[in-house]
Write a protein that binds this ligand. Structure first.
Ligand SMILES: *Cc1c(COP(=O)(O)O)cnc(C)c1O
Length: 384
């Protein structure tokens, strides 16, 4: 969108890439549900040839999210993991990646079970400590890969510090920004070269689609990602892009309510006798609360709590009425997840326990329901 005004997040979310359509003036970007486009004559086309390469609905979504993350371009994929897969294809056999030890389980599986076979090597470090990143850098390190906050332990990477370390080694710095969303954290502004999301989560926000997105502020990386997107073909369907355009219009409002609910619940249960530990960066008791305040403008909607045992976790989940037991997060409805048996099953047990992902840990994705109702639900469920 060309504007003389210096527009802000919520305005960009609603307008960038979404000018009224030229033929009819439709204010909503049309759903171009087509695989191909009629060409004018041999050697002459409209700029749209085939929908793996070009789709106007997808382009609108990509332009919009690029603006929200302060990037120059974005590339959409069929899932968060497909987005990560495309980013890994920037590398070649023999390259080394430094990554966070407590990433999303599927990311770990992609690296270890697929990319290791293709000749990439990985070092998993405690990214809460930038010194550990520095120590793990090798002459062949081409990428530093971080998730902040992490899933499910809500640990933070000091993005500015780690960006500096990566850049001193001419390595790319990649940040999975799924949990914070660009509403609360803009890694590119803090030094990241590439930001990616499982758009399935907050960007989609309604638990009704699977999608992924990669954003960059670097021309060269952008050209490579564009090539990879077309050459390997893991693009999303037009309808999912259309849903994402609709969803992102309310991202600012939704994130405000997700955070309000999470913070209220965290404050209400922090000192509860059955809550042995609570992980939420918005609490002043969180070990990285100061860093969170520095690099995030809000703390998001995810809280993890330690209940001490599998039995306690089981009872707590059974007692909940509004929170639904399900994988995923970031939707309007509140969900509860037991990482050990659900999302983090692919991480070896010793590794999991070292990270604090125990049998008694549950992760709450606070939705946007009435705040008081959610607090009551959680307090009632803790009463076992
Ligand atoms: C869900 C998730 C992914 C994977 O995304 P999909 O859309 O499920 O493929 C990656 N990173 C994080 C932090 C996630 O929560």
């Amino acid at each position: 969108m060309k504007s003389k005004l210096n527009i802000h997040f919520a305005t960009k979310a609603i307008h960038v890439g979404q000018e009224p359509e030229q033929i009819t003036g439709a204010v909503t970007v049309p759903l171009f549900q087509t695989s191909t486009y009629a060409q004018i004559e041999i050697g002459k086309h409209t700029g749209f040839e085939y929908a793996r390469t070009q789709n106007p609905t997808r382009f609108a979504w990509e332009e919009n999210i690029a603006a929200l993350e302060n990037g120059i371009a974005a590339y959409a994929f069929g899932s968060g993991l497909a987005a990560e897969d495309a980013v890994m294809k920037l590398l070649s056999a023999g390259d080394h990646v430094v990554c966070a030890e407590d990433m999303y389980g599927g990311t770990y599986r992609l690296f270890e079970k697929i990319y290791r076979r293709f000749g990439l090597t990985f070092s998993y470090v405690d990214m809460t400590n930038s010194g550990e990143v520095q120590k793990a850098m090798q002459s062949n390190t081409k990428m530093v890969y971080s998730e902040s906050p992490t899933n499910p332990m809500m640990r933070l990477t000091d993005l500015t510090a780690v960006a500096d370390i990566a850049h001193n080694h001419h390595a790319l710095f990649v940040v999975d920004n799924t949990f914070a969303t660009p509403y609360f954290q803009q890694p590119i502004t803090l030094g990241a070269d590439i930001v990616l999301h499982s758009a399935t989560k907050y960007l989609g926000g309604h638990s009704d689609l699977i999608s992924g997105i990669v954003i960059t502020n670097n021309e060269d990386i952008s050209a490579q990602l564009k090539f990879i997107q077309n050459a390997t073909g893991a693009v999303p369907g037009a309808f999912d892009c259309w849903l994402l355009l609709r969803s992102v219009k309310t991202l600012a409002l939704r994130m405000q309510q997700h955070e309000r609910n999470a913070l209220s619940i965290a404050n209400s249960i922090e000192n509860h006798k059955n809550v042995l530990a609570i992980h939420y960066p918005g609490l002043s008791s969180h070990s990285q609360h100061e860093l969170a305040k520095r690099q995030m403008s809000g703390f998001g909607g995810i809280i993890s709590i330690e209940l001490g045992s599998y039995q306690n976790a089981q009872q707590f989940v059974k007692n909940l009425e509004i929170f639904t037991l399900a994988e995923s997060l970031g939707g309007v409805e509140s969900l509860i997840c037991h990482p050990v048996s659900m999302t983090h099953g692919s991480i070896p047990k010793e590794q999991r326990e070292k990270l604090g992902i125990t049998d008694g840990l549950v992760r709450l994705s606070c939705g946007i329901e009435d705040t008081e109702d959610l607090i009551n639900d959680v307090l009632n469920a803790l009463d076992y």
